[in-house]
Design a protein around this ligand. Structure first.
Ligand code: ZN
Length: 100
């Protein structure tokens, strides 16, 4: 026969184990979430990080095309078309040829 005191101790021990298991479960879940986030970062950095789009702000700008040299000798430039994979807009950058 068990006394009420023993039942209380048993319940306490059971609660202690249950809380410990709940804690471990939460910890495992948090580690899994962190692992997922690290994997996402690793995947994002596999290629060179894209430039930020001046229109929508997403980091999805990729160089689409680069023109050959334009203009007259001494003041030449090239034009680069940057396309955003998110909003689809094209941003044309003019880059002057450095003459030193
Ligand atoms: Zn954009």
């Amino acid at each position: 026969m068990t006394t009420p005191l023993e039942v209380g101790a048993g319940k306490k021990a059971f609660d202690w184990v249950k809380n410990g298991a709940t804690y471990l479960f939460m910890l495992a879940k948090r580690v899994a979430t962190l692992e997922e986030r690290v994997t996402a970062l690793e995947n994002a950095l596999k290629t060179m990080p894209p430039e930020a789009c001046p229109f929508c702000g997403e980091r999805t700008m990729r160089l689409k095309e680069q023109s050959s040299l334009l203009g007259n000798q001494g003041s030449q430039w090239t034009e680069e078309d940057w396309a955003c994979e998110k909003c689809g807009k094209i941003y044309r950058k003019r880059i002057s040829l450095k003459t030193t």
